[in-house]
Design a protein around this ligand. Structure first.
Ligand code: ADP
Ligand code: MG
Length: 222
C-alpha cells in the first residue's frame, strides 16, 4: 500500500493559462508515486461532482459576459465543496494532495485581473474554505504572450479573427501575472515562483526539489 505522511501535505499549482500547471502536476504526481507516496490529484474549479458541474458553467458558453462577482462566488461554491468533501479528508488520512489551482487563482484572476476587492476574497476563503493554506504553491511564471501563443497553437482548428481578443487577453494576463508574483512574494515560504519558459524537465527538477524539501520536514500544523 502506498505510504501516507503524518497529517498529509497540500501542494497547489498556479499561474496563467498555458504556463504548464497540468504538465508539471502530472510529472510531480508520477515522481512522488514512484517514491511510494499516496498522491491525490485534483483540480479547481472542480474536484467533486458538484464542482465539475460548476466548472462547466464557468468555462462553458454560459461564462460569456458573466459578472465578476457571479464568477467569484461560483468558484467559492465549488471550492467549499472541494475542501470539505475531498481535500480535508485526504489530508486527514495522510495523503499528498496536488491541486491544479486553488484560492490563489481567485486572488490573481478575480482580484488582480478583474479588480474585485482582495480583502473580500480573503474573507470568502476563510468562510468557505476554512482558511485552508497549502503547504507549498508553485507559481509557474511565463510571459502572457507565451500563454497566448501556446493557446493559439492548441486551438489552431478554431481559426477566426483573434487579434482583438488576443490583445485583451495579454492585458488581462499581465494583471493576473503581477498578482501571482505579488502573492508569491508575500509568502515566500509557501509560494515558489518558478520560471516557466524553459523545458518541462528543468521546471520539474525545481518543483521536485521544493517538494522533496517539504516532505522531509516534520508534519505541518493545520
Ligand atoms: N515548459 C514548456 N515549454 C513549452 N511548452 C510547454 C511547456 N509546458 C507545457 N507546455 C505546453 O503548453 C501547453 C499548456 O501546458 P499545460 O500544462 O496544459 O498548461 P496549464 O495547465 O497551465 O494551462 C500544452 O500544450 C503543453 O504541452
Ligand atoms: Mg491545465
Amino acid at each position: 500500500m502506498p505510504a501516507r505522511t503524518a497529517r498529509g501535505r497540500f501542494l497547489t499549482f498556479e499561474g496563467i493559462d498555458g504556463c504548464g500547471k497540468t504538465t508539471q502536476l502530472r510529472l510531480l504526481a508520477r515522481a512522488l508515486r514512484r517514491r511510494g507516496l499516496s498522491v491525490l490529484v485534483t483540480r479547481e474549479p472542480g474536484g467533486t461532482p458538484l464542482g465539475e458541474r460548476i466548472r462547466r458553467l464557468l468555462l462553458g458558453r454560459a461564462s460569456a459576459g458573466m459578472d465578476p462577482h457571479a464568477e467569484l462566488l461560483l468558484m467559492f461554491a465549488a471550492r467549499a465543496q472541494h475542501v470539505r468533501q475531498v481535500i480535508r479528508p485526504a489530508l486527514a488520512s495522510g495523503r499528498v494532495v496536488l491541486s491544479d489551482r486553488f484560492t490563489d487563482a481567485s486572488l490573481a484572476y478575480q482580484g488582480y485581473g478583474r479588480g474585485i476587492d482582495i480583502a473580500l476574497i480573503r474573507r470568502l476563503h476563510r468562510a468557505a474554505a476554512g482558511g485552508l493554506r497549502p503547504d507549498l504553491t508553485f507559481v509557474i511564471d511565463i510571459d502572457p504572450r507565451t500563454s497566448v501563443r501556446r493557446a493559439r497553437r492548441r486551438n489552431r482548428r478554431a481559426r477566426r479573427d483573434e487579434g482583438r481578443f488576443e490583445r485583451e487577453a495579454v492585458e488581462f494576463y499581465r494583471r493576473v501575472r503581477r498578482g501571482y508574483r505579488a502573492l508569491a512574494a508575500r509568502e515566500p515560504r509557501r509560494g515558489k515562483l518558478i520560471p516557466g519558459e524553459t523545458t518541462p524537465e528543468r521546471i520539474h527538477s525545481h518543483v521536485l526539489a521544493h517538494a522533496s524539501r517539504l516532505l522531509a520536514r516534520g508534519a505541518p500544523r493545520r
